[in-house]
Design a protein around this ligand. Structure first.
Ligand SMILES: [Zn+2]
Ligand SMILES: [Zn+2]
Length: 371
């Protein structure tokens, strides 16, 4: 981990030796970094609270209380924004490894409502990567042996989830396919002849209606660093294992500061809901084709919560080129890039060409006229 304790007061001191205690993924407890003593975290598995989307400034101030002092860090190289407990320092950017990291003054961010604590330890993340790496094709031999462990960082990635009740009115034209038998002519061997065929035509009629539905936990990534495509490759997080946020879970860990605001997140959630509503309404309308579909939706009872989900992030350099990989901190699913050996790819291509060539020769030989 690129964090270490500094002179700032220790937030969770060890009862035995007063050393700093950090969250331990193996035991799910706080663990002393000096004497390895453990302390259980009161497990709060109750349902996380959803907050109304519109709220007063006072409520907002209350929502910004993380229960521990957080320091915002900005990376000059990649623009990454992270939050670390104030009792820790960081010298390298967790995203890109750059040393150009600067503390920021403004740390007002909404605290997470719930969190999936790390369940995959550093060792497990490394062995997941090693197993995944083995299954990649065309790895250079020297890379297979290389240990890329040193730049592995644990980071909590920010998400929003939104709930809402929707009411939609829609209108559209729906087309139903019909078939009729038609008589056509064609020319065969210089002679014109008639024949019958089935011809499709579409009958259109207009339709309208209304549709109610409720949405629960529309998950919207709030990361400024990882795009949703990349996060998607990490596999699904099991949101039924959400814990209520406690500052203990962040002890020793860095979290990314959300770059997508609560309001932007809601805009994105509306798009997700709109797409889903369109699919639902098309299914209700039925028919073979739909055109001029118009949907007007009102969103009510909007609530949201802020989540932190665990990811191991690694940047490494191989032959002066940068690569990265990530490991889902809950499930161990790996996603990333590995170097490829140009020689192995060339040899494989030649081998494939050789096999194709051999097949072509065999086929041609079989097609020789029999004597
Ligand atoms: Zn201790
Ligand atoms: Zn960076």
């Amino acid at each position: 981990m690129s964090t270490q304790s500094s002179t700032t007061a220790i937030r969770f001191p060890c009862a035995g030796c007063a050393g700093p205690m950090v969250f331990d993924a193996e035991s799910q407890n706080l663990k002393c970094q000096y004497c390895s003593a453990e302390q259980t975290i009161e497990n709060m598995m109750e349902q996380p609270q959803e907050h109304p989307f519109s709220c007063s400034d006072e409520d907002m101030t209350e929502l910004q209380d993380w229960g521990t002092e957080q320091q915002a860090i900005h990376c000059e190289t990649c623009g990454g924004e992270t939050l670390i407990p104030a009792s820790q320092t960081t010298s390298l950017c967790v995203f890109c490894g750059s040393p150009k990291v600067l503390p920021q003054d403004d740390v007002r961010s909404i605290r997470p409502e719930s969190i999936i604590p790390f369940q995959v330890s550093r060792d497990k993340a490394l062995s997941s990567f090693a197993a995944w790496k083995k299954k990649r094709w065309f790895l250079p031999n020297s890379f297979k042996k290389q240990n890329v462990s040193s730049q592995l960082n644990s980071i909590y990635i920010p998400y929003w989830t939104y709930d809402t009740e929707t009411y939609s009115v829609y209108s559209a034209e729906v087309g139903i396919y019909h078939y009729r038998t038609v008589t056509r002519t064609r020319v065969v061997n210089g002679k014109t002849e008639t024949y019958t065929a089935q011809e499709r035509y579409t009958v259109w009629h207009s339709t309208q209606g209304d549709y109610d539905r409720s949405f629960d936990d529309i998950l919207i990534p709030a990361s400024g660093h990882y795009d949703s495509g990349l996060l998607h490759k990490l596999g699904d997080f099991n949101l039924s294992e959400l814990h209520m946020y406690k500052p203990e879970y962040l002890s020793g860990y860095i979290s990314e500061r959300y770059s997508v605001s609560r309001e932007q997140g809601w805009d994105n959630a509306q798009e997700v809901a709109d797409d889903q509503l369109k699919t639902d309404i098309k299914r209700i309308i039925g028919g073979d084709e739909i055109r001029n579909l118009r949907i007007r939706t009102t969103f009510d009872d909007i609530t949201y919560k802020h989540l932190l989900l665990p990811v191991w992030n690694a940047n490494y350099t191989y032959k002066s080129k940068a690569y990265y990989y990530m490991v889902n901190g809950q499930t161990g699913t790996v996603s990333g890039h590995v170097p490829r050996s140009a020689i192995k790819i060339t040899l494989f291509t030649l081998l494939c060409l050789g096999i194709v060539g051999a097949i072509v020769v065999l086929v041609m030989m079989n097609q020789q006229p029999q004597v």
